[in-house]
Design a protein around this ligand. Structure first.
Ligand SMILES: Nc1ncnc2c1ncn2[C@@H]1O[C@H](COP(=O)(O)OP(=O)(O)O)[C@@H](O)[C@H]1O
Ligand SMILES: [Mg+2]
Length: 366
């Protein structure tokens, strides 16, 4: 096993030595998650595998710079990737897997090999890693049981966040056989003459030294994450306010899936920084009085409410006026433009109505 990227860099450069929990949790970050595990289990024909099996069976294209193999030498970097033109086939396989069907084609094994590429990316939604002339992308497919066109809505949320001054992953939608696929450019791989340069990557969950289990979520907190960021990143004055903006944005669009694995820090060379934002999804919750983010946001816990978000603004290195301006400017922008932005990105009128309730619910400004 090796740490990739620059060989002279320490895993976390500003902190002295990474704690054992950061080390082992960084392994968890590099392992497949719900979707990848499912693909690997199908491929291996086994229902349950050990942690090491998942690591060794997933393709060496995982987020971040770690590689795993059985030899003393790390595996050679993967050079062959699925191409964007193979998306139709990948989509077909993903759908078969979602229906719990065996992939019944003549070249089943080969087809499943194709799908294994990308299994090491985390997350629950069906996805694959694909390549085009510009580099590597995460392809996210719609699910048959989605209540709205997730692909187009997620793409629109990335754009809306960008207009709110948030740094976001580059994305585009491709329509294949009448179905939309979201392509999100990988920010942890840079195309060079010699192949792909890997950036190191650590999830918010790992930075927080937290766990995913429900009973261990006491450390799930934007406030604590801001503190950890300030210790680790090269430019705390840039990244702590940026995290504040993301928290406010998530509250404004009721993104209640803003758990710590949907935040990350990356290091292309020595220095760490907050990664671009990704996985932004609105949730039209029915409750109007109170909605909760996935992480603590201030003195009143997870409450997605302006006063609560402002209550710990100093930890995000913002004075009262700066923080207040961010909240009011962003609220106004989301209120005035969300509808036009989603429609401009091809979200149907019907879907826009379904998600309407996600934006600026009443309890936000109570
Ligand atoms: N643009 C990206 N570049 C590199 N890694 C990414 C990118 N977007 C997401 N990831 C990684 O892939 C994981 C899964 O992606 P995500 O969009 O969160 O999928 P899901 O909707 O299934 O949760 C993330 O938790 C993160 O580790
Ligand atoms: Mg996610």
């Amino acid at each position: 096993m090796r740490w990739g990227g620059s060989s002279t860099a320490s895993p976390i450069s500003h902190a002295a030595t990474p704690s054992p929990s950061i080390r082992s949790n960084a392994l968890r970050d590099a392992g497949p998650d719900y979707w990848g595990r499912r693909v690997i289990e199908k491929h291996a024909g086994a229902a349950q595998l050990g942690e090491l099996d998942y690591l060794l069976n997933s393709a060496d294209d995982r987020a971040g710079a770690l590689g795993f193999g059985l030899n003393q030498q790390p595996p050679a970097p993967r050079r062959k990737f699925n191409k964007t033109i193979e998306l139709a086939k990948l989509q077909e396989i993903a759908e078969a897997l979602m229906r719990e069907e065996d992939v019944r084609t003549e070249e089943a094994a080969q087809v499943q090999d194709l799908m294994l590429i990308g299994t090491s990316m985390g997350g629950a939604r069906p996805k694959a890693v694909v390549e085009d002339g510009d580099g590597l992308w995460i392809a996210k497919f719609n699910r048959p049981d989605d209540r709205w066109n997730n692909t187009r809505v997620e793409r629109a949320m990335l754009e809306l966040a960008k207009t709110c001054g948030i740094s976001v992953a580059t994305s585009r939608v491709e329509t294949i056989g009448g179905k939309d696929v979201l392509l999100v450019k990988r920010f942890d791989r840079e195309k060079t003459d010699k192949g792909y340069q890997r950036a190191r990557m650590i999830s918010g969950l790992t930075l927080l030294r937290a766990e995913e289990a429900a009973e261990m979520r006491d450390r799930w907190s934007y406030v604590l994450l801001a503190e950890e960021l300030r210790r680790v990143v090269e430019e705390p004055k840039r990244d702590a306010p940026e995290l504040f903006r993301r928290m406010v944005f998530n509250a404004l669009i009721s993104n209640i899936d803003d758990h710590p694995r949907n935040h990350a820090v990356i290091a292309k060379d020595r220095n760490w920084k907050l990664s671009p934002a990704y996985d932004l999804t609105p949730s039209p919750v029915i409750a109007q009085d109170r909605r909760d983010l996935a992480m603590d946001a201030g003195d009143h816990g997870r409450f997605a409410n302006a006063k609560n978000l402002l209550s710990q603004r100093a930890r995000f290195l913002l004075d009262e006026q700066e923080a207040g301006t961010i909240v009011s400017d962003m609220s106004e922008r989301v209120r005035a433009t969300w509808y036009d932005v989603v429609r401009a990105h091809g979200v149907s009128e019907k879907d826009a109505e379904i998600i309407r309730g996600a934006f600026l619910y009443e309890g936000f400004s109570r």
